[in-house]
Design a protein. Structure first.
Length: 306
């Protein structure tokens, strides 16, 4: 029961972040599973099996709040499912010794990307509720994101969401809702790949059940938060957490001495705190500039009529 509660809390927190940012459920959950010594393939398989349920809850919640573009879901999710199956097959073929540093490296890179993306260059904002992107752009994006997601234990959101937000052609809430909903197809395909590759004997039902329970409970809250929460601050905070946890995993895999780890951890935490401070400062600057822009618009001279 204690294991179920612990992983339910992990799943709740991960889904809360994922539903608000459109990313990081798999990255966050897998990072924590690796931290406690779970086999990489087992960790990714457990997270993806749990995601089959959490993505249904997330998709329904986002649909209820009007955050889903169904054409975008299919154009992104179908190639994503193909990539996820291939990624799961590739990870299942690796030994535990080879897979652990590889997965931690992928997660670390994604964490750094999230940290920088939300602190230094927040995504542009559009109000379009239907994505104008076509399959020529979405198919390769989905294929790559799906492969990274399954082979690295996470990455669907960190790859797909920023790519769509950076283009600045679709409303953020639509991007987040559609990416979350399309992840159902990715989770199903990855789960099938893992069940074929490693079987079901190595999977722990308490881990999967806890992640699923927490994620389902958090899904409706996250779908509401996506319209309220300041994404730059949350994204930066989550990115730093992912970097720190996977730095620890990599240092342990490389047998770095304890004395040498401490300054590295302190450096990571220092960068993390600085990035959060930058995100908060940018958010305050943007908030302070809005009234000024509004006043300038009000005082603009009205052109004389002929």
């Amino acid at each position: 029961m204690r294991t179920l509660i612990v992983f339910a809390l992990v799943g709740f927190g991960a889904q809360l972040v994922d539903g608000a940012l459109g990313m990081a459920y798999g990255v966050t959950s897998t990072s924590l599973l690796l931290l406690i010594g779970t086999n990489p393939a087992t960790a990714s398989a457990s997270v993806h099996l749990a995601e089959v349920g959490t993505t249904i809850a997330a998709g329904l919640s986002h649909w209820r709040f009007g955050n889903v573009d169904w054409k975008l879901v299919l154009r992104l999710g179908v190639p994503g499912a193909v990539g996820a199956f291939l990624g799961a097959t590739a990870l299942s073929a690796l030994s535990t010794e080879d897979a652990a540093p590889y997965m931690a490296g992928v997660l670390l890179a994604l964490g750094v990307y999230i940290l920088i993306r939300f602190s230094v260059r927040p995504p542009r904002v559009s109000q379009a509720r239907v994505s104008p992107h076509r399959s020529k752009f979405l198919s390769p994006l989905g294929l790559v994101a799906g492969f990274v997601d399954a082979s690295g234990g996470g990455g669907w959101g960190p790859v797909a969401t920023p790519a769509l937000l950076t283009a600045g052609r679709t409303a953020p809430r639509t991007v987040v809702g559609s990416v979350d909903t399309s992840e159902f197809l990715v989770a199903v395909a990855a789960s099938i790949g893992f069940l074929i590759g490693i079987g079901s004997e190595v999977l722990d039902p308490w881990t999967i059940g806890g992640l699923l329970l927490g994620g389902v409970l958090a899904a409706p809250v996250a779908a509401w938060l996506v319209t309220k929460i300041p994404a730059p601050v949350l994204g930066t905070a989550v990115g730093g957490l992912i970097v720190l946890t996977n730095t620890r995993t990599i240092l342990r895999a490389l047998d770095v001495a304890d004395g040498a780890r401490t300054p590295i951890y302190l450096a990571v935490v220092g960068i993390w705190v600085a990035a959060v401070a930058i995100a908060v400062a940018k958010l305050r600057q943007a908030a302070a500039a809005e009234p000024v822009a509004s006043e300038d618009a009000d005082e603009a001279p009205v052109p004389a009529r002929d």
